[in-house]
Structure formats: C-alpha cells, structure tokens
Ligand binder design. Structure first.
Ligand code: ATP
Length: 654
C-alpha cells in the first residue's frame, strides 16, 4: 500500500460528522502537505490582495467626492486585481494537481490491494463492484479533493479576512450579515446527512451496475443463446434506476442548499444596502464606508457560500471514500514469513483426529528430515490435510499422498470429490484447516506463498487466456523467454497450426479472453505457458479435456516425457490419459480411497473400478461392495469420447 492510503486510516466508520469528513480529507492529503502550504500561502496572498481592493475603492470614492485626482488609486486597484487573479489561478492549479496526486495514490493502493486479496474475498465480492471502486469512486473523490478542498481553503481564508475588516468598518452591519449567514448554515447542516446517505446509495448502485454488466458480458454466448438480453437489460436497468433515484435525491438535497446560500448572499446585501444607506444619510458613515462594506460583504458571503457547497461536496465524496476505504482494508494474502519462521496458519479446527494428526505429522516430518541424507524428498507431499471452503462443510478429510520427482501422479475421482481443491491448496489459494503441505520436504508454512508458487505451474480447467498476443500469453510466466524457448513449447503443445494460421503468428493478437481461439487451442496455449515456466512440479487439471483424440494422444505422450524430468500431478476424468501414470490417487468424497498403479487399482479399488466402468458407459460386473451402489458418472461431463479405451480388463462392449 502506498503512503497515502496507509496514512488515510479511517475514522469515517462510525463517525459521520462533517468534522470527521473534513478530517478524513485532511488525512488524504498527507504526503501532499507542501502543495497545501504553497496553495494556502498563495490563497492568503490572493485574499490580502482582494481584501485591499475595497479599501482602495473606498479611498477612490471619498477622494473623488472631495474633487481630488483618483488615477493613481485606480491604477493601484487594477494592479491589485490582476495580481489577485494570478495568485488565485496558480493556487487553484497547485491544489488541483494535489487532488490528482491523492487520487493517483489511492488508485495505486487499490490496484495493489485488489490483486493481492485472499482468494475467498473474490468469492465474497463482485468483481465489477471492486473494479468500480478503482474507477468511479476515485473519480468522485478527485472532484471532492480538488474542488471542495480548494473552495474550503480559499473560502475560509477570505471569509476570515473579510470579517476582520468588517469589524473595523462597521460592527453593527457585520452582526446583521452574520445573522443571515447563520440561518443559511443551519439549513445547510440539516441537509448534509441526507446528501451523504443518498450519495452512498448512488455509489453502491453504480458499483452494482458495473458488476451486473460484467456478469452479462462475461457470459455473452449464454445470454444470447437463451435470448436473455432483455432480462439482463432489465436487471441492470433496475440498478440504473436505483442509481438515478439516489442521484436525483442527492441533487434535490444539494439544490435545497442553493436557496439557503442565496438567502445568505442576497439577504446580507439587502441589509447592508438598507441599514448602511440609512447610516450614511444619518452621517454615521461615509459613502466610501458603505461601498467598502458592501464589497467586504461580498468577500464574506460568496466565499462562505462556496465553503457550504464544499462541505456538501465532501459529504458526497464520503460515500465514495468509504467504499474505497473498505476495499483497501479487505484481507490480503499475508506477506512472506520471515526466513526460517513458520508462517501464519489460520486457527485450526479442533477435531478428534487432532492428536492423531500431530503424531502422524511428527512421523511424516521425521522421514523427510532423515530422507534428506538418503533419498531426495518428494516434490510435493500432503499429510493429513483437512480443508473446507465453509468450515461447517469439509471438502478434504485427512488427505495424504506424495508426488515424487520424475514421476507422473494422477488424481482421479468423481466430480466434486475435491480434486481441484487439492490444486487450490497446493497453489496456496487457501490454507488447510489442518495437516501439512510440504514442497521438497519443506513445510509450506515456512515458505512465502510466492516461493511455493515459484515451484509450480498450473494448467487448470479455466485455461486462462488474456487479451494480448499469443506470445504474451505463452511467455506470461517467463517474460524473458527467448524465441527458441517459446517455439519449443509451441511445438510440444502442438500449437504450430495456430501460429501458422494466426495473422501475425506468435505476435498475433488473441481476442478478449482468447475468444478467437477454440477451447482446445486455449487449453494448449495454457499448457505451453506452463511448460515454458519449467517448474519442478506441473499441476494439470484436465489438460486434455477439450482436445480431439489425435491431440490427446500426442499430449499424453508429451506429459509422459515431461514426467521423466519433473514431477507431474494430473487430474483426469478420462482414465485413458493416465492409465500409464506411475501412481494413481483415487479421491472419494474428500478422502484418499486408494493409491497405486492402474492394474492394482482395478484389482483392489471398488471406487476406481466404478470410475473405469462409468467410462465404458455400461455397468460392470464386480464383487458387491458398498460403493457399487453409486451410479456411474455420466460420460458427458468430462467430454470423453464414448467407449474411450480404458484398460485390458474392460474390453469395449464387454
Ligand atoms: N470456491 C468454492 N467455494 C465453496 N465451495 C467450493 C468451491 N470450489 C469448490 N467447492 C466445493 O468443493 C467440493 C469439491 O470441489 P472440487 O472442484 O475440488 O471437485 P472436483 O473433484 O475437482 O470436481 P470436478 O471433477 O467436477 O472438477 C464441491 O462440493 C464444490 O461444490
């Protein structure tokens, strides 16, 4: 987080007074205090130049009344006027540049925060809404900081100067002017709370518009096919109406402030004219005094009215500021643990297995330490891992297995068994509730998340392709890769055809989310990216689910080759792609049901047999077992070709 946001720690939560809002704005300008001092000094000089003008005008009027020459006074008046305008312009520029600087700081902090949130936060918040905090809310704040602060600073300074000189000229008239200003201030204060509430509603409605639009645009083919444009438009339309309603209410309240301010301006002028005129007639004051006082009244009332407006604007900005603050305080991934120190683990759930797990952990660490001397530790080891996205609904229970180096380990199981969740834990998107994760024998909690992620590359089911060139997408994990390295992974991932076809070849642009590629091509791009990263451990989640049989066979062979150099953990629904794996781990309802090679599992694991049978699209004859009651998994889910070859004991049509 940059300094601005860090220093702008909120008092806004709970304290909704105007003073707190102004204090927040003040804190926001931390780091820009030189600009504030320069601008305030200039404003002060400008005010002094402005306040001197009525005095000169008074002398000019009085001198002309006495028949004396006034040209030198008029010249002085002109110089004062020009100098005031120049200092005003410079001070406004300095303050507005500061406003831009404040918003720039907030945007940097927000972007840095939003890219590092805990994974769960992205599930709790809608992405469009988070994005709108960086774009719309900060834009509102820029106006507030640059306009409202300018008006507040300059307005307050000028008003104070005017009051001092008016006391000197005519305290009675000042008292009357003050009365009208106080009435206006009371009206303004009563409107501020409503303005703030309405503006909060408006900002969150704008965030909801962005989120809903993102939802529709992100699933456009689905929207089109189901002819849901109207429905989506109506849904977003409701948000637009809510934003309109809140905006109109804000405008209504803000416009009620105008009559109050006008009352102050016009009322004070009337009072000064009538009472001041009577006092000139009664010879208590000169005509010059009246002219000067009138000018000071304008110097008091006009800046005060801009102070009122500024306070209204600041209250409006508080709605946006609170949303920005809230985003800046969302939980982010913890920074790296100090070297050699265990990292933070979320509070563990106590379970009956806890004691047993500790003993198991002690046992598993022991061989890891001892093994260092004799044999190299596994690239990845999971020891008694427990995890649930929702603490009351465990997804993984006591999962234990290792992924040895230079071997291919396959993770299989029915849909929802927890396979992708294992990947999410290995990538440290979430922390396990209990148990240990070890990379090369080192507990993950003693490593930073970045250090863990450095050891892995993932091809997941979503096969992310971002807007940019094919090269950008492949070299995403290794921006310094050479042409030769990129071409090699293009070849391994069978992407040569795509490179040939794409206008611009490797430097050709892919559409938004890789929209110009087929699903299989996107999958191969993701695979090429992972291969280029060249990590010690390759995690492949259904890497061939979108591929035709020819590409699948070729890539299965590539994976086997890769596994000769590094550890590969592959999730597969199609057992045909992993039947030659060195080890197959069968997950069933979050538990490891069996482990072994294909033939061993066919012989001994009912769950595995059932998975294999499901892929033949017909029941298999097995010895009765508790798991045979579970219906075979439908084929279509994994996109497998019907009748895909599985193993010898399961002949097609058998
Ligand atoms: N982000 C999440 N928040 C809450 N629950 C989740 C989340 N992701 C997955 N789950 C739940 O966790 C369970 C395991 O999901 P997971 O994706 O790990 O299964 P899987 O074995 O990979 O399934 P598939 O083969 O269909 O991809 C499921 O019940 C799923 O609904």
């Amino acid at each position: 987080m940059t300094g601005t946001a860090a220093r702008a720690r909120p008092t806004v939560e709970g304290d909704r007074s105007t003073r707190a809002a102004v204090a927040t704005m003040y804190r926001l300008t931390a780091g820009h205090r030189t600009a504030v001092v320069v601008a305030a000094t200039l404003a002060l000089v400008g005010s002094a130049l402005g306040l001197a003008q009525p005095l000169v005008a008074k002398h000019a009027v009085d001198a002309s009344g006495r028949g004396q020459p006034v040209w030198s006074l008029l010249l002085a008046l002109t110089v004062l006027f020009v100098a005031e305008a120049a200092t005003g312009a410079v001070s406004r520029f300095v303050l507005e540049r500061m406003g831009e600087g404040v918003v720039r700081g907030l945007r940097h902090s927000l972007v840095a925060r939003l890219l590092r949130l805990e994974m769960r936060e992205y599930e709790r918040h809608r992405r469009g809404d988070l994005i709108s905090r960086v774009t719309t809310d900060t834009t509102v704040l820029r106006e507030v900081v640059s306009q409202a602060l300018v008006d507040l600073v300059t307005g307050a300074l000028v008003a104070v100067g005017a009051v001092v000189l008016m006391v000197w000229l005519d305290p009675l008239l000042l008292f009357l002017v003050t009365l009208t200003v106080v009435v206006a201030a009371v009206v303004v204060a009563s409107l501020l709370k409503g303005i703030r509430a309405a503006s909060e509603r408006m900002q969150s409605s704008v965030g909801a518009i962005a989120a809903d639009l993102e939802r529709a645009l992100g699933a456009l083919p689905m929207v089109r096919v189901h002819r849901a444009e109207e429905r989506e438009a109506a849904r977003i339309g409701e948000r637009v109406e809510a934003a309109y309603g809140a905006g109109v209410r804000t405008a209504k309240l803000a416009s009620l402030m105008s009559p109050a301010v006008e009352l102050a301006v016009q009322g004070s002028f009337l009072i000064v004219l009538v009472i001041g005129g009577l006092r000139v007639n009664g010879e208590a004051n000169t005509l010059g005094d009246l002219v000067a006082f009138l000018l000071y009244a304008s110097y008091l009332v006009l800046p005060l009215s801009s102070v009122f407006r500024a306070v209204g604007l600041i209250q409006r900005g508080m709605g946006a500021y609170q949303r920005v603050e809230q985003a800046l305080h969302l939980p982010a991934e913890p920074p790296s643990p100090p070297s050699g120190q265990p990292g933070q683990r979320p509070v563990r759930r106590t379970s009956r297995r806890a004691g047993r797990q500790d003993a198991a952990r002690a046992r598993t660490r022991e061989p890891a330490r001892r093994g260092a001397a004799h044999e190299e530790p596994a690239a990845l080891a999971l020891r008694d891992l427990d995890f649930g996205y929702d603490p009351s609904r465990p997804v993984l229970r006591g999962v234990t297995f290792s992924v040895p180096r230079r071997r291919q380990t396959a993770l299989v199981g029915r849909s929802g068994a927890g396979k992708s969740t294992v990947f999410a834990l290995v990538a440290r998107f979430y922390e396990p509730d209990a148990g240990d994760l070890l990379f090369d024998g080192t507990p993950a909690t003693t490593l930073s998340r970045a250090a863990c992620r450095e050891r892995i590359a993932v091809v997941d089911q979503n096969t992310y392709v971002v807007h940019g060139t094919l090269w950008d997408n492949i070299a995403y994990a290794a921006p310094d890769a050479t042409e030769c390295e990129v071409r090699r992974v293009v070849e391994l991932a069978q992407l040569e055809d795509v490179v040939r076809r794409l206008p611009g070849g490797l430097r050709g642009m892919l559409g938004e989310r890789g929209g110009t590629l087929s699903a299989g091509e996107r999958q191969r791009v993701a695979l090429a990216r992972a291969l280029l990263a060249s990590p010690g451990l390759l995690l492949l989640d259904e890497p061939t689910s979108h591929l035709d049989a020819i590409n699948e066979t070729a890539l299965t062979a590539v994976m086997t080759d890769i596994a000769r150099e590094r550890a590969v953990l592959v999730i597969a629904h199609r057992l045909s792609t992993v039947q030659h794996a060195d080890q197959i781990v069968v997950l069933d309802d979050g538990r490891v049901a069996a482990r072994g090679r294909h033939e061993e599992l066919l012989a001994h694991s009912p769950v595995y047999r059932e998975l294999a049978a499901g892929q033949m699209l017909r029941p298999i004859v097995t010895a009765p077992s508790p798991t045979t009651a579970v219906p075979p998994r439908p084929h279509g889910e994994s996109g497998s070709a019907p009748g895909a070859p599985v193993t010898g004991p399961w002949p097609a049509g058998g």
